[in-house]
Design a binder for this molecule. Structure first.
Ligand SMILES: Nc1ncnc2c1ncn2[C@@H]1O[C@H](COP(=O)(O)OP(=O)(O)O)[C@@H](O)[C@H]1O
Ligand SMILES: O=C[C@H](O)COP(=O)(O)O
Ligand SMILES: [Mg+2]
Ligand SMILES: [Mn+2]
Length: 594
């Protein structure tokens, strides 16, 4: 039976902030940026952006993988870590704050695990940082060897092998290499490493119920680090057998994921997923080394055993194997003060917080410039009821979205979207200029941009930006239904452009594209706008429901088997249909009442 996981926590939505507070109190050489609670950045206490004379190495991603990534900040490894909410990539502004805090004239390298949310958020932050004059390079790590090459556009997942890439890049940067050289070292390292995991239990996200997916006596092989289902469920075997299976898969000549062949030298990392005793990890290591040597003909030059890249409280481990040459070994052996790389730390205790550095021309926060109109005109009133209804609809759907995402993704979709919706409701009361529809859409985008990470966060941010641009270009004061329709069309197109997905990929677009198409058709047919909006919202719902039968070609669902996919609809599509439908109903009710 599913039950609420027992946890020693306060508010589940504060876990990342509170983790960081404990971390910087524990390690004197680490600081955090202070000022906006949404910005969760840990950085070296001895580095100050403007004057830093080495390449800054920055990583991060969703939280829940502790000690990654913040525990690997320190001289010789990461310069800063950007922490998202649990399993949700950090927002662009958080990443930018981190870049500004530690990047000097040599530039910065962003090391990003291959997830849609991370790629998009770090990618956009890199573009923005470049436009501010920073030199930025990105290296994406996808070391997963468990699955055949994923369908569609998602690519291989980034797993614990990323830690080894952090170390190589950190050492290269510490040695004074240029940005291009550090990026090249990191890229090379990322191509040398492969990882695969086994789990005995599924992790419990803070505040959510514990999944009963993995029954007693079962193990999952080839899972990721977000609680997603593994490639294969099997009866639990002795660890010796499990290790053999994993090593074979990583080194498989069929997939050819790592360029390792007999006679090569390798590095081994055995990584606990959060709830595995060190005893079991050491046993796995003790089994792996002779197998690598005797069965695979490899020289094992270095071994790292511990919990480096976890998945909250998941029981199990992953094994990473990296091809080693002199250059890589030199980097792995170089000194570092990163507290969770297996070496000691030293240092005095500077203040544990420093303020968030602002961009050169810092734009004033929305709320200082804007205010909610004292009197709402008809359009303003409709905006208000539609936004309220849309936000409440996804807030009410939170648990279902999380549940669906925990089956076909990583379980954060509802929490991420709900966080955005709550903030939109709060900000709307405070300062949305509701009588100006275009500016209101823009402000919805900034609320989202501030608090929502993950794939949904960045894609809805992009959605609002495109809708705003279209409305701005075509609107005088009152937005016509045709202009709304064009704005929706532009917004949907921009999600497709940046996210790379199209109709039928099993994403939010499978709700939004039918909505946009039917709205346009109905309006062109001369139907009244309220009815057209309603009909298009039915199309959105039908589209969202139909995702159940789609193979996934984008996002995390591409890692999941067809049987599981068929059991639930795509959470992002359901969320989109739900807010869109609620807005349409609210608009209809308002018109009927008036
Ligand atoms: N490339 C993409 N384009 C459009 N939507 C996408 C894409 N990838 C994933 N999605 C949507 O994002 C939803 C999941 O959102 P979220 O949980 O925030 O993502 P994640 O945890 O994977 O970052 C999916 O259900 C899907 O609808
Ligand atoms: O921990 C999760 C990843 O770093 C974030 O990826 P996501 O935002 O695509 O879920
Ligand atoms: Mg996520
Ligand atoms: Mn998710």
């Amino acid at each position: 039976m599913a039950c609420h996981g027992k946890k020693l926590l306060n508010n589940p939505s504060d876990v990342v902030t509170e983790f960081i507070e404990g971390l910087v109190e524990t390690y004197p050489a680490l600081q955090r940026l202070d000022g906006f609670p949404e910005v969760k950045v840990v950085l070296r206490a001895d580095v100050s952006g403007a004057t830093y004379d080495k390449v800054a190495v920055i990583s991060g991603g969703g939280s829940g993988h502790e000690p990654a990534h913040a525990g690997f900040v320190g001289e010789g490894m990461l310069t800063a870590a950007i922490c998202g909410d649990v399993f949700a990539s950090p927002q662009v502004d958080s990443i930018l704050a981190g870049i500004r805090a530690v990047t000097g004239p040599m530039g910065c390298l962003l090391i990003v695990k291959n997830y849609t949310g991370d790629r998009l958020n770090f990618g956009l932050a890199a573009e923005q940082a470049k436009s501010e004059g920073y030199k930025v390079e990105i290296v994406i790590v996808g070391d997963d060897c468990a699955l055949p090459p994923p369908r569609g556009i998602a690519g291989r997942r980034g797993l614990a092998g990323t830690i080894l890439v952090h170390k190589v890049a950190g050492a290269a940067a510490a040695a004074g290499l240029s940005l291009a050289e550090v990026a090249a070292e990191a890229k090379r390292a990322s191509e040398m490493v492969g990882t695969m995991g086994v789990a005995l239990s599924v992790c419990t996200l803070p505040g959510q119920v514990t999944s009963d997916r993995l029954g007693p006596g079962k193990m999952e092989l080839g899972l990721g680090i977000h609680g997603e289902p593994g490639a294969v469920v099997a009866d639990l075997q002795p660890v010796d057998v499990v290790v053999s299976l994993i090593l074979k898969q990583i080194l498989s000549l069929e997939t050819n994921y790592v360029p390792i062949t007999r006679g090569n030298r390798v590095v081994l990392m055995v990584n606990g997923l959060g709830a595995t005793p060190l005893m079991e990890l050491m046993i796995a290591t003790g089994n792996a080394v002779p197998k690598l040597q005797l069965e695979h003909g490899l020289a094992v030059d270095r071994v790292y055993t511990g919990s480096f890249m976890t998945s909250l409280d998941m029981a199990g481990f992953s094994i990473s194997i990296m091809k080693a040459d002199q250059a890589i070994l030199h980097c792995l052996d170089a000194a570092t003060k990163a507290p969770h790389w297996p070496v000691g730390v030293d240092g005095n205790h500077p203040p544990a917080k420093i303020p968030i550095p602002m961009p050169p021309s810092h734009s004033t926060k929305s709320e200082e410039l804007l205010s909610r109109p004292l009197q709402l005109n008809q359009q303003g009133h409709i905006m208000e009821v539609a936004i309220e209804a849309a936000a409440n609809a996804v807030i009410n759907l939170r648990d279902s979205l999380n549940e669906w995402d925990s089956k076909v993704g990583d379980g954060d979709c509802g929490s991420t979207i709900c966080r955005g919706a709550i903030t939109i409701l709060e900000d709307m009361k405070k300062y949305y200029p509701l009588n100006d529809a275009a500016e209101t859409v823009n402000e919805i985008g900034s609320s989202i941009r501030r608090v929502m990470g993950g794939t949904s966060g960045i894609l809805y941010n992009i959605f609002c930006k495109a809708a705003y641009a279209q409305l701005k270009a075509s609107t005088q004061s009152v937005v016509t239904s045709k202009q709304w329709c064009e704005a929706l069309d532009a917004a949907v197109a921009s999600i497709s452009k940046y996210g790379g997905a199209s109709a039928g990929y099993r994403t939010m677009l499978d709700a939004l594209i039918p909505a946009s198409t039917v709205l346009q058709e109905r309006l062109n047919a001369g139907i009244d706008p309220c009815t057209a909006f309603l009909l298009s919202s039915e199309a959105a719902l039908t589209g969202a429901e139909s995702t159940r039968h789609m193979q996934a070609q984008a996002g995390r669902s591409t890692y999941v088997s067809r049987e599981i996919l068929e059991s639930v609809p795509d959470p992002g599509a359901m969320a989109a249909a739900s807010w869109y439908r609620a807005a349409a109903l609210a608009v209809k009710d308002t018109y009927q009442a008036s």
